[in-house]
Design a protein around this ligand. Structure first.
Ligand code: CA
Length: 264
C-alpha cells in the first residue's frame, strides 16, 4: 500500500463496519488525509469489528492517527511504526484520538476492549504532531499495551483510560524499574538511609528491597517507602532504610538491590 497523497479525503487502509478477521501486514500508509490504517465503525453504527490483525506496517505523517481502532475487539496491533501522524489535526487537546500514533476509541455499549497493542514504535521525527504515542479513549478497557517504544513521542507517551487495561514494559513510559545502591560501614553506624529516584510514571508503587550480608551480621530489617522530597506533589524518591544489629566494619560496602512497580 503506497502513498495515497495529501489531496484525498480518506484513510490509507480502511477496514470498516462489519469487518472481522482481516489481516493488514507489511504495508506503507503515508501522507493520507485521514488515518493511516483504521479498523473502524462509523458513528451510529451498532456493531463491533472483531479479530483483525495489523502487523508490521509503517504509518507515516498521516492527517489523523497512524492506526485507529474504533469499536474493535480481540484485535492485534503489533510491531508497527507510527511516525509523526496527526499532521492535519489542529485541536489535538479536544480530539486526541485523531492525532495519536495508535488510538483506541469507542461508543458506550460498543467498547474497544481486549485488544493487544504490542511492540509498536510510536514517535515524532519533527514538530511533535502526535498527541499520544498510544491513546486509549473513554469506553475502552481490558486492553493489553506492552513492550512498545514511545520514548520519542514529544507530547504524551501513553494515555490510559481503562481500569483493567494492562500497561507494562513500555520504553518511554516506565511502570517498572530497578537498581543497586551501596552503603559503607564505619564500624559504629547501625542504621543507614539511602535515597534514589524511582523514575516511574506514577508514585503509587510497590517496592521490594534486599542487600548483601556484611561480615558482622545480617540486617535486622530493610524497607522502602516513597517520599515527595521536592514538594511538588509527586513522590519521586524511594527512601530505603537498612538496620543492622551489629555495625558493619569500617569501609565495608553493603550493596542494596531494589525493584519498584506501579500498582495502578
Ligand atoms: Ca516530588
Amino acid at each position: 500500500m503506497g502513498d495515497s497523497g495529501t489531496t484525498g479525503t480518506q484513510a490509507g487502509i480502511a477496514i470498516h463496519n462489519y469487518c472481522n478477521r482481516n489481516v493488514v501486514v507489511g504495508c506503507l500508509s503515508a501522507l493520507n488525509w485521514d488515518n493511516g490504517i483504521e479498523i473502524y465503525v462509523s458513528s451510529g453504527v451498532t456493531t463491533i469489528n472483531y479479530q483483525n490483525i495489523v502487523v508490521g506496517n509503517i504509518c507515516y505523517k498521516n492527517g489523523y492517527a497512524g492506526i485507529m481502532l474504533r469499536q474493535a475487539r480481540y484485535c492485534i496491533v503489533a510491531n508497527n511504526l507510527c511516525v509523526s501522524n496527526g499532521q492535519r489535526e489542529t485541536n489535538p487537546a479536544t480530539y486526541p484520538h485523531r492525532a495519536s500514533g495508535i488510538s483506541l476509541v469507542a461508543d458506550a455499549g460498543y467498547e474497544s476492549i481486549r485488544n493487544k497493542i504490542i511492540g509498536n514504535k510510536c514517535f515524532d521525527d519533527g514538530a511533535g504532531t502526535q498527541y499520544a504515542g498510544i491513546y486509549e479513549g473513554s469506553n475502552c478497557d481490558r486492553n493489553y499495551i506492552t513492550d512498545n517504544d514511545v520514548e520519542q513521542n514529544t507530547n504524551i507517551p501513553i494515555y490510559k483510560t481503562g481500569a483493567n487495561t494492562i500497561v507494562k514494559r513500555n520504553v518511554g513510559y516506565k511502570t517498572e524499574n530497578h537498581g543497586t545502591v551501596t552503603v559503607t560501614g564505619d564500624g559504629s553506624t547501625t542504621e543507614f538511609v539511602v535515597k534514589v529516584e524511582h523514575g516511574l510514571v506514577s508514585d503509587k508503587i510497590a517496592v521490594s528491597v534486599s542487600c548483601t550480608k556484611p561480615t558482622t551480621a545480617p540486617p535486622s530489617y530493610i524497607f522502602g517507602y516513597v517520599s515527595d522530597e521536592d514538594s511538588d506533589g509527586f513522590k519521586e524518591t524511594l527512601v530505603i532504610t537498612v538496620k543492622f544489629d551489629t555495625a558493619p566494619a569500617d569501609g565495608e560496602v553493603v550493596e542494596i538491590y531494589w525493584r519498584a512497580e506501579v500498582v495502578e
